[in-house]
Design a protein. Structure first.
Length: 172
């Protein structure tokens, strides 16, 4: 699978899905019955937030990039060409980059929680037995605390969510 995320974070005072990022990886499928599938994925996912021209200046952030390893586990219904899916995802933060309102990289001044849990739902449409497109909405269930070495140890509470659109190639 390979595609894009359009990401946003609650808690940073920025709005909109302005942070594009990669969403790519592999998926294994186990047959539960003729129509039901258990999906296990291993994904590299770029998440975060980015300032737009409409954002107010009250946010200290200009751009936040989170590089995350995701392990989604979901159940899908595969009796149709359009295959709905829902599940949970374990997330592990690999790295982060934070730029302040002036565009200066202040990443070294922040520590973020490393582990998280998200829920997701979406659907895949297969236009051939092997090729399809997948659309998904993912929302963090856990809060990522961003602890700042600046501003007296301020803690911001980030909750990530994003839309994914991916091209899928299945082999058997």
């Amino acid at each position: 699978m390979a595609g894009l995320n359009m990401a946003q974070i609650d808690g940073d005072e920025l709005a909109g899905y302005h942070q594009p990022g990669l969403n790519t990886g592999i998926k294994a499928v186990a047959l539960l019955s003729d129509d039901w599938r258990l999906n296990l994925e291993l994904l590299f996912s770029q998440q975060g937030a980015d300032r737009s021209v409409k954002d107010p200046f009250r946010s200290i952030y200009d751009n936040i990039r989170l590089n995350v390893l995701e392990v989604p586990v979901g159940v899908s219904y595969a009796a149709w060409k359009l295959q709905p899916v829902a599940g949970l995802s374990y997330n592990r933060l690999i790295s982060h980059r934070i730029r302040d309102i002036g565009g200066v990289d202040v990443s070294r001044n922040f520590t973020l929680d490393g582990n998280g849990l998200s829920s997701f739902f979406g659907a895949a449409y297969f236009f051939s037995p092997q090729w399809g497109v997948d659309a998904r909405y993912t929302r963090a269930m856990t809060i990522n605390k961003a602890r700042s070495a600046l501003a007296g140890g301020q803690v911001d509470r980030f909750r990530s969510y994003f839309l994914s659109l991916r091209l899928v190639w299945m082999f058997s």
